[in-house]
Design a protein around this ligand. Structure first.
Ligand code: KMH
Ligand code: ZN
Length: 311
């Protein structure tokens, strides 16, 4: 099996600061977490940006630039920028990071879904929230449509091509593999593709072994096993580690990080993204799978190189 690519999703845009005091919020905190995660074995870090004063997700290109440039200056790790944006942003606004920063890798969401974290508000009383925006933000996701229509997809794919940015295709359900298959047959997306099977989002497929096997078998059948490389995200604990282990065993790759899960053990908060990365790297080594460096991952994924980005 090829070496394991570990991605660390450092802060995301759905984890609330109230959930964990260890969530990096400022650009400097996100940069420091990226370096720690890279040292622990992450070949790629997936970046969202937050308003440094409030911790609220932002798509301010200046904040993205500060984070990406800060990581680049101190680490060789691959920087994968989100095009997921935040609720209320148009697909055009979300895509701006691609022409602006011309990253090596950026996320690319493969279909429109419900995407909600509203049940989290059951866990907290009004006085529990660290920031005033959090409760309303979470409740509003009840009516959030995460828009990624075929029209949006065509436009974003064109932008990625123009900027030589490799898409990391996020698939939240089996239907997204059918969307992908359609787009490949229409020559809108080209093989080989890099896939993330995103499981456990409220609005998407469940985080369990059966569903990952189903996604993998469907991908083999539709796309052909030589035409894609895949990784898995299990949202929440223990799904993150269970499904990372499954990915390791099945020849896929794995993503961990505070965007998806905040626990290192049952009821125990991870102090850093690096702890989550370390745990997966340890499981991989125990199972005889070596962990890829950033440059090895660049080769596996066919990336343009960090000297070709615009930050
Ligand atoms: N904004 C979330 C609904 C990505 O990073 O591309 C999903 C998301 C995924 O942001
Ligand atoms: Zn993300």
């Amino acid at each position: 099996m090829e070496k394991l690519i570990i991605t660390a999703a450092l802060t995301g845009n759905i984890t609330l600061p109230t959930q964990t005091p260890h969530l990096p919020l400022t650009p400097q905190q996100i940069i420091d977490e990226a370096l720690r995660a890279a040292n622990a074995g992450a070949a790629s870090v997936h970046i969202h940006a937050r308003d440094p004063r409030t911790g609220r997700p932002t798509t301010d290109p200046a904040v993205f630039r500060e984070i990406a440039a800060g990581i680049k200056a101190r680490s060789n790790v691959i920087v994968c920028i989100t095009t997921g944006g935040t609720a209320y942003m148009t697909p055009e606004e979300r895509a701006q990071v691609v022409p602006t920063l011309k990253p090596e890798l950026a996320t690319f969401n493969m279909g429109t879904i419900n995407f909600s974290i509203h049940p989290i508000t059951d866990r907290y009383k009004d006085g529990d929230y660290k920031f005033h925006w959090e409760k309303e933000f979470a409740i509003n996701t009840k009516d959030f449509i995460f828009r990624n229509t075929f029209g949006d997809i065509e436009k974003l794919m064109q932008m990625m091509k123009e900027n030589n940015t490799k898409p990391e295709l996020e698939l939240y359900d089996v239907g997204h593999l059918y969307n992908l298959n359609f787009l490949v047959r229409r020559n809108i997306i080209k093989f080989p593709v890099w896939l993330q099977f995103v499981t456990g989002i409220l609005g998407g497929i469940g985080a369990n072994v059966d569903e990952v096997v189903h996604m993998k078998q469907t991908a083999d059948r539709l796309l052909g096993s030589n035409n894609y490389i895949w990784s898995v995200i299990g949202t929440g604990y223990p799904a993150e580690f269970n499904l990372a282990t499954l990915g390791i065993m099945m020849g896929g790759h794995a993503r961990v990080g505070f965007e998806d899960n905040i626990f290192i053990e049952k009821g125990v908060l991870a102090k850093s993204n690096a702890e989550l990365v370390e745990k997966v790297a340890r499981i991989a080594r125990e199972l005889g799978r070596e962990v890829a460096t950033a440059d090895e991952a660049r080769k596996i994924l066919g990336l343009k190189g960090k000297d070709k980005v615009n930050y």
